[in-house]
Write a protein that binds this ligand. Sequence first.
Ligand code: ADP
Length: 475
Amino acid sequence: MFLNKFHEVKGTLLFRLTVYYAAIFSLSSLFILFVFYFKIHTVTMQNMDDELIDEVEKYAGIMRENGIEGVKEEIDDASNAEDPNEEFFRVMTFKGDIVASTNTSTWGALDNDENLVQLQSGESLHIIQTLTIPGRKFKARMITAILSPDTILQIGDTFEDAENYLQIFRNWFLVLLIPVTALAAIAGWFMSRRALFDVENVTQTAYEISKGAFDRRVKVKDRFDEIKKLGETFNIMLDQIETLLRSMREVNDNIAHDLRSPLTRIRGIAEMTLMRESSVDNYKEMAASTIEECDRLIEMINTMLDISEVQAGINRAEIIDVDVANLVRDACELFRPIANDKKIKLSHDIPEAIIFHGDRKKLQRIVSNLLDNAIKYTPEGGSVSISATAEERKINIAFEDTGRGISERDMPHIFERFYKCDKSRSRGGVGLGLSLVKVFTEAMNGTVNVTSTVNKGSRFTVTLPQQASLEIQHS
Ligand code: ADP
C-alpha cells in the first residue's frame, strides 16, 4: 500500500523537479564548500612554512649576535618549553654531527644526506619537506636550512594543530550540508508546486470538459510566462471546439429538419395512395411527386458531401484551361428555358474569350448555382444579366438580377449552411447553394461578394485568380 503510493509519487513531475532541484543545489553547495576548504588548506600549509622560515631567521639572528652558544641556549629553552612530540629543533654540522638538539626520540629517522649535499652545493638556502612519522597519526613539516657556513638548522612541526583546525571546518561543512540539502528540497518543492499549480489548473479544466462542462475555461493569470500562453492557447482551442460543436449541432438540426419535411411528404403521398382507390393518372402523379421529393433529398445529400469533400481537402481538382466566356454562355443556354417560363430576360455581356486556369467543374457549379438563384428569386418579367471581365490576373464574374433582394438582417447569414431568408417563399432550395459557392470559390483562392437592395435586386460577384492555386482554404 505504502510502496504503491511511493511509486505513484515518484512518477510525478513535482517529485522529480524537487529531487533535481535539491540535487543541483546540494552539489553546487558542495562544490563551493570544497573550493573554500581547499583554499583554507593551502593557506594553512603556507602559514606553517612561513612560520618555519621565520624561526630559521630568528635562529640565524641569534647565531649572528651570540654565536653557537646563543643558539644552544635557545634550543635548551625550547627543550624545556615545547612538547617534544609537537616540535623539534636541532643544529648540526654538514658532516651530520649534532651540535645541539631538543628531544627527537619520537620523530623517527631524521637524517637525510641528500638535503645536506643539496644545501652544501649552495643550490638553495633551505629545504622544506613533509615527513611521515611511523606510529603517529599526523604528518609533520620539516625545514632544513643553513645557519652558518658550517652549521645547519633543522626544525620540525607536526600537522596536528593545522589538522585539528581543518577538521573543525570539515565537520562544519558536513553539518551544514544536511540542512542545506533539506532546505533545497523544501524550496524546490515549493517552487515546483507553484509552477505546476497552473499546469494542474489546465489539467483540471480539461478533465471537467471531458465530463461535459464545455463552457469551462482555464483561469489565465495576469503574468507573462509560458503557462499563461498555454492557458490562452488552450482557451482558444476550446472556443474553436465549442464553435465547431455548435455548428455541428446546428447542421445536425438542419439536416434533421430538412430531411424530415420531404420524408413526411413522401410518407403522406404513400399513405394517401394506400387509403383510397384512385385513377392510374392519380397514381402516376403521386409516383412523380415521390420521385421529385426523393430527387430533392438526393441533391441535398450530394451537395453536402461535395461541400464537405472540398472543405476536408479530399476533393480532387482537375486543373485545366477553361474558357469562362464559353462556360457562361453554355450555362445561360441551359437556364434559358426556365427564364423564358418566368418571362425573365436573361442576357450576358462577355468578351470573346477569357481563359481561366483552374477547376472547370467547380466553376460550373458556382455559375449554375448563382444563375439558378438569380432566376429563382426574380419575379416574372424581371431580368438577369451576367458579365465577365479579366483584369490584373483576376477574373470577375457578376450575376445581376432585378429580384426581391436580400435584407440587411439576412445578409450576414446567406452563406451559412441551410440558411434560407424566407422559408415559405424559397421552398425550391434547401439553403446550401450559396454555401457551396463560397466553399468552392475559396478553395480556388477566390472571393464572393454581394450587394443587394430589397425589392430592387442583387449583384453577386465572384473574383478568382486567373491561375487558381490548388491550395484549399477552409471556410
Ligand atoms: P437556396 O437553396 O434556398 O436558394 P442558397 O444558399 O442558394 O439557398 O441561398 C440562401 C438564401 O439567400 C436563399 O434562401 C435566398 O433567400 C437568398 N438569396 C440567394 N440568392 C439570392 C438572390 N439572387 N436574390 C435574392 N435572394 C437570394
